[in-house]
Design a protein around this ligand. Structure first.
Ligand SMILES: CC(=O)SCCNC(=O)CCNC(=O)[C@H](O)C(C)(C)COP(=O)(O)OP(=O)(O)OC[C@H]1O[C@@H](n2cnc3c(N)ncnc32)[C@H](O)[C@@H]1OP(=O)(O)O
Length: 208
């Protein structure tokens, strides 16, 4: 079983560690965290971000995953760029997901339980798909983006990089959403989003 190290030991890190372990896909050996105290943390803290390469070279883990959430997209993306050619990133697809064999799944991706990905879906690097999402055929989810639980995406949709798509939102077919868009919970997107910002409601409206 591959040994997994996780950047950040907060709530998201705990969820990833839980699912990766419970699904018997990885042996989670610890976390890198700039803010946790290794002496007092209940988790195994392998060091800070500055220690990652040294600990990898010491053969303490095989693959890495980033558990920095949607409040810190820039850091999440920077860390992926920093380590992508130096350390293998894990791809975690929970065994309860249906992922069509034609899908392309990038590295550093987490698919939490119960998601369904139909034919020709592309999930780019470092994306997190939370529980029970449905992504229909030929849709693309851009790097670093977060899908909250139960997001429903129709066919031929393109979602940009660094987007945060709120719980239970719906995006109809052929929609394009630009990089850095935030979508509130329960939003229904029926037209392209071409201006970066926060959108809510049915149909979606720009609020800031
Ligand atoms: C496993 C997990 O838990 S993953 C995380 C899942 N969580 C989510 O998906 C949360 C999504 N977050 C939301 O929907 C939030 O309401 C946000 C981010 C859209 C907005 O939050 P805030 O910045 O606090 O906005 P605020 O509450 O001040 O609302 C601003 C306006 O938008 C409206 N609004 C806010 N959210 C929504 C929404 N989801 N749908 C419709 N209208 C909304 C408010 O009613 C308010 O309208 P008003 O100005 O007419 O009074």
């Amino acid at each position: 079983m591959k040994r997994l190290a996780i950047i950040a030991s907060g709530d998201l890190g705990q969820q990833i560690a839980y699912h990766a372990t419970q699904d018997k896909q990885f042996d989670v050996v610890g976390f890198f965290d700039d803010y946790a105290n290794p002496e007092t943390s209940k988790n195994t803290i392998l060091g800070t971000v500055e220690d990652i390469e040294r600990v990898y070279k010491a053969n303490r883990f095989d693959e890495l995953i980033i558990a920095i959430g949607y409040k810190h997209f820039e850091i999440r993306a920077q860390l992926f760029t920093r380590f992508r050619n130096k350390i293998p990133f894990a791809t975690f697809i929970h065994s309860s997901c249906y992922v069509d064999e034609s899908c392309k799944i990038g590295s550093g991706v987490c698919l939490f339980p119960g998601s369904v990905l139909d034919a020709n879906v592309e999930i780019q690097n470092n994306v997190l798909v939370n529980v029970a999402c449905t992504i229909a055929h030929d849709s693309i989810i851009g790097s670093h983006t977060f899908l909250s639980p139960r997001v429903a995406i129709a066919g031929f949709v393109t979602i940009g990089e660094n987007c945060n798509i709120g719980i239970n939102s719906t995006i109809i077919d052929c929609i394009k959403i630009i990089n850095g868009t935030q979508i509130g919970g329960g939003t229904v997107v029926i037209s392209n989003i071409e201006k970066k910002g926060l959108y809510v409601g049915n149909p979606s409206r720009f609020i800031r």
